[in-house]
Design a protein around this ligand. Sequence first.
Ligand SMILES: [Fe+2]
Length: 288
Amino acid sequence: MTLITSPESILDITTAAMQSTENERLKTLIISLTTHLHQFVLENQLTELEFEKALQFIVGIGQATGKNTNEVVLAADILGVSSLVSTINNLDLDGGSYAALLGPFWRKNAPLCAWGENISRSNLGGQPIEVRGCIYDEFKKPIAGAIVDVWHSSPVGFYENQDDQQVDMNLRGRFETNERGEFFFTSIRPAGYPVPTNGPCGELLRAQKRHPNRPAHIHFMISKPGYKVLITQVFDSTDTNLDSDPVFGVSKQLVGEYRTDAVSGVCQLNHSFVLQAGEMVFPAPPIP
Ligand SMILES: [Fe+2]
């Protein structure tokens, strides 16, 4: 019989109780997580009040998650964990394609759109934008028939699900690449926006004196059977918050050149992506 003899002994007793986990990967992950948690508590000599606060935070992010918001995803984002997972699982391929976190606003089944279609379906004003690019494989061969799923915020920084002024699925669309692997869509230029600050994550950001404003960006999710789904974002090169993104999404490779045409006044973005061969697996949508 092994009983507790010291604070440190609790870890051994706890992990011993987990040894018969059948799923090897689950066993490894939970034992590792438990070990890190125990070390964290010991290292910081966590007080009971602090422990209670931590549990309240976890309960709080669950309670703040609802139909249109996902505070749990946001918590992973503002702690840099989402960005870390996305970075270690996606190689930076020659050609500069890089992954970025999914974020809390992707919706499944955005409208399938025609070549060049305008995804700005509500009258919001703003600067028109034309977005073009090409999807390649690892050998620089264009991929025809890839689906480029895009979503972005309005010129004042709201996604349609956060804004009564916008129709359902506004500023969202799916485009298929042509035989040369190209895609083209039109919209209005997105603005940066604050991550939601009315829940426990906002409280944490305020305590850390961090601003909540994401640099302006367009989200992309690119897929085709036989390739790993590429989830990424392309950031506005003119945004002043590129190096202080509250969710740590910006890498050098993902800063896009948003250029305004002097004659037409239209913003133009050209950005291409590389897909890795692999299994096409979609993430669970953070909101329906
Ligand atoms: Fe976003």
